[in-house]
Ligand binder design. Structure first.
Ligand code: C5P
Length: 235
């Protein structure tokens, strides 16, 4: 049996709804993702409750602050027993290093494996003209590559990226580096706001380690069946 690489995004506003989805899906996905909307409404309690279903938790709060503050936020996330979390790579090498060290230290003190601290490079909602507007003159791809190299230098062990960036990134990251890709659509055009998508199978073939999938699972008529059939499509 292959490892289940599906991370279902619990992008629902109500903590009760998120918990019932997590309970339903825990045994058919590899992890569940809690983002800023759910965390802001449900707080640390929703993280503990989701974790109690047995699901691995990806806390996607994209920390971006001074190194000391990010280190302390990461430490608080490790105490919630999350298995993955995100930080912005544009916070710089010192900030990323502080985050990774904090994850390692806090986890060691608790006798747990350190969670994967994942770097976010350029948000996929931004294009070249958005970068120019904030004073960055590089092409999007060059900026992603630059930030990815800094993430490796800082000791991070993974990045969130577009499935279309995976092949390029695999050339510059260490062999066991995790690449987590959203923008996954099981088949055909989905007609929602994701523009540059890949199927789960294509994204895994390109070199993704984990697939973040939201609406194709949680908005399906039977989410558990949708998740199971996506997993089967990878066999
Ligand atoms: O519903 P859908 O499959 O599009 O959900 C994708 C999830 O991945 C959402 O939680 C979205 O915020 C997240 N995400 C993304 N693109 C990125 C980073 C995160 O779609 N570049």
């Amino acid at each position: 049996m292959i490892r289940n690489p599906i991370i279902v995004a619990l992008d629902v506003p109500e903590p009760a709804q998120a918990l019932s989805l997590a309970t339903d899906l825990a045994s058919v996905v590899g992890a569940v993702k809690i983002g800023s909307e759910l965390f802001t409404s449900g707080g640390p309690d929703i993280v503990r409750q989701v974790r109690a279903t047995g699901a691995s938790v990806f806390l996607d709060l994209k920390f971006h602050d001074i190194p000391n503050t990010v280190a302390k936020s990461v430490s608080a996330a490790v105490k919630l027993d999350v298995q993955m979390l995100t930080i912005h790579t544009c916070g710089g090498v010192e900030m990323m290093r502080a985050a990774e060290e904090s994850a390692q230290k806090t986890a060691a003190a608790l006798g747990r494996p350190a969670p994967l601290v994942l770097g976010v490079t350029v948000l996929t909602s931004m294009d070249g003209s958005d970068l120019q507007e904030i004073g960055l003159t590089s092409e999007v791809g060059c900026q992603v590559e630059r930030l990815a190299r800094l993430a490796v230098q800082a000791g991070l062990r993974g990045l969130v990226c577009s499935p279309h960036e995976v092949v390029m990134l695999r050339k510059i990251v260490p062999i066991d580096f995790a690449l987590i890709t959203p923008g996954i659509r099981p088949a055909g055009p989905a007609g929602d706001d994701q523009k540059r998508t890949m199927t789960p199978r294509e994204a895994m073939a390109a070199g993704s380690t984990w697939l973040v999938i939201g609406r194709p699972i949680y908005a399906a008529p039977v989410p558990r069946t949708a998740a199971a059939s996506i997993f089967q499509s990878l066999a």
